[in-house]
Design a protein around this ligand. Structure first.
Ligand SMILES: [Zn+2]
Length: 113
């Protein structure tokens, strides 16, 4: 770290605001460091609202993802545990017209009136 930064740092940490201001008005090295600090501070103040906004959007996204996952899992478990569906639809089985609830005759053909 540069010597001028160390001097400014010692004033900033160990002295009062009045002593710091007084020294900055007399010492050109510390005045330049003080200006840099002001610029950084202003930059942080300028960026702060954007950062907070992004943080809030992230929270909303997290809630949305959790809800979506909850709905997806609920539907999947609902289908898996629904015996009406799993009993009727097994691999390789073909549904007949009667299974589909259509009116059929004794040959299994659809009746048309
Ligand atoms: Zn100084």
């Amino acid at each position: 770290m540069d010597n001028k930064y160390q001097e400014y740092e010692s004033f900033f940490i160990f002295r009062s605001d009045e002593e710091l201001e007084q020294h900055v008005s007399q010492c050109s090295d510390c005045a330049s460091v003080h200006d840099e600090m002001k610029k950084v501070s202003a930059l942080i103040q300028e960026v702060k609202p954007y950062y907070k906004k992004r943080k809030n959007q992230f929270k909303i996204m997290k809630v949305a993802c959790a809800l979506l996952l909850f709905i997806f899992c609920g539907t999947t478990v609902g289908v898996m545990t629904n015996t009406d569906i799993t009993d009727t639809l097994t691999y390789g089985q073909v549904l007949s017209a009667e299974d589909l609830g259509l009116p059929v005759d004794s040959y299994g053909l659809i009746m048309v009136e």
